[in-house]
Design a binder for this molecule. Structure first.
Ligand SMILES: *Cc1c(COP(=O)(O)O)cnc(C)c1O
Length: 396
């Protein structure tokens, strides 16, 4: 029998996530799964057909390391069309196995043991694990929920930077809060990055899922930031193809090269026939991108109204698949994990406790995330089920 611990000490504590438990609960109880963020409808037919055509026409072997030229060109065209940014398709664009691998490649390719990374908590779950694998140290800055949404303290951010700080890892539009960082907030981060010569890695996978009144500003478009920002995105969220795992990173050649150096030893390459299909998607008319956001905005509205009617306190999502709520009016002890464990039995809906997104779980203990990226009738049914929560809580 193997007596030693197989798991590297770097990943101690990252063993199993609550996502697996909650998805298993959803299957066992037949609950509506608003836990994991994936859409329940297919992407645009042009994109699906392009993948089928690619498979049928022999695009089934290893693509070039940096990605198929047709996709790298489509990515560069997309950045120019939506943000007026220019990237050289040879040296400044890298295709990856989803945004997840772009993030892993960037962090593994740039960080040394003892380097420090500024992150904003709550955060996407792979960030902490990847930083831990590099041996670098994450310095979390809290996004606190308030009546005007989630915000960070600029002084706390500035105080967190020291001589070991190398990188700021940013996510906007933001999962799990649905926050879109404002131009002013980005300027605070940009000023600090320029002053302290920091690299910014920015995860913008929800760039097209932004609702009325909010506006996505890519960090790389701020003055002085293009030369120190690696922008990461993916086709998964934009084209309802989360299982395809076609992502990318754009930035100055030195940053792209650092990410590519690590990336080539992770997957090397992936998804050959899906690459030309995502290229077709990136070239769809503006109308497609508007309709996508408008459809999600409608389910966001239904979901948030339902969460409020159920007695929860939703923080209005400006973007993304997700809305977060404060559960305390319904569950005064504020235990989000127990709330989520009981929710499928109580009303046939699955959600995710936000504490899994925090470096300090205590900060997110009373918060829970619900996904709105499902068909309108599914969200309507979930809202009907959640109504049984109304009137429970402190008084009952
Ligand atoms: C979904 C998601 C990702 C992962 O994107 P893939 O392309 O599926 O790897 C990365 N970051 C955030 C914030 C996400 O929500």
């Amino acid at each position: 029998m193997l007596a030693r611990e197989p798991l590297t000490s770097k990943l101690a504590g990252f063993g199993t996530t609550i996502f697996a438990e909650m998805s298993a609960l959803a299957v066992r109880t037949g609950a509506i799964n608003l836990g994991q963020g994936f859409p329940d409808t297919d992407g645009p037919p042009e994109v699906l057909d392009a993948a089928v055509d690619a498979i049928r026409s022999g695009v089934n072997q290893y693509p070039p390391g940096p990605g198929l030229p047709v996709l790298r060109e489509a990515i560069a065209d997309h950045q120019r069309r939506f943000y007026d940014m220019d990237f050289d398709t040879e040296s400044e664009v890298l295709v990856t196995a989803g945004a997840t691998e772009a993030l892993a490649g960037a962090l593994l390719g740039m960080l040394d043991v003892g380097d420090e990374v500024i992150v904003f908590e709550p955060m996407y779950d792979s960030y902490q694990a990847c930083i831990a694998l590099t041996g670098a140290v994450a310095r979390p800055i809290l996004l606190s929920p308030g009546p005007d949404g989630y915000a960070f303290d600029a002084d706390q951010l500035r105080a967190a930077v020291n001589d070991r700080t190398k990188l700021v890892l940013l996510n906007t539009p933001h999962n799990p809060t649905g926050k879109v960082f404002t131009a002013d907030e980005l300027q605070v981060i940009a000023d600090l990055a320029i002053d302290r010569d920091l690299i910014v890695v920015t995860d913008e996978v929800y760039e097209h899922l932004v609702f009325s009144g909010a506006f996505h500003v890519p960090m790389a478009t701020l003055p002085g930031m293009a030369e120190r920002t690696l922008t990461i995105s993916s086709g998964g969220k934009t084209f309802n193809t989360t299982g395809w795992k076609i992502g990318w990173a754009c930035g100055p050649a030195s940053l792209v090269a650092a990410a590519r150096t690590a990336k080539q030893f992770l997957t090397y390459v992936n998804g050959a026939p899906f690459q030309p299909a995502i290229a077709v998607g990136l070239g769809l008319p503006d109308e497609y991108f508007h309709r996508l956001a408008a459809g999600l905005e409608a389910t966001r509205d239904t979901l948030e109204a339902g969460l409020e009617a159920a007695g929860l306190v939703p923080f209005r999502a400006e973007a993304t698949y997700f809305t977060t709520v404060d559960i305390r009016p319904v569950r005064p002890d504020g235990d989000g994990v127990e709330f989520c464990r009981e929710l499928p039995e109580r009303c046939g809906v699955v959600a995710v406790p936000n504490q899994v997104f925090y470096a300090n779980p205590e900060h997110g203990r009373h918060l829970v995330r619900f996904a709105c990226c499902k068909r309108p009738e599914v969200i309507a049914e979930a809202v009907e089920r959640l109504a049984v929560l109304a009137g429970s809580g402190a008084a009952s």
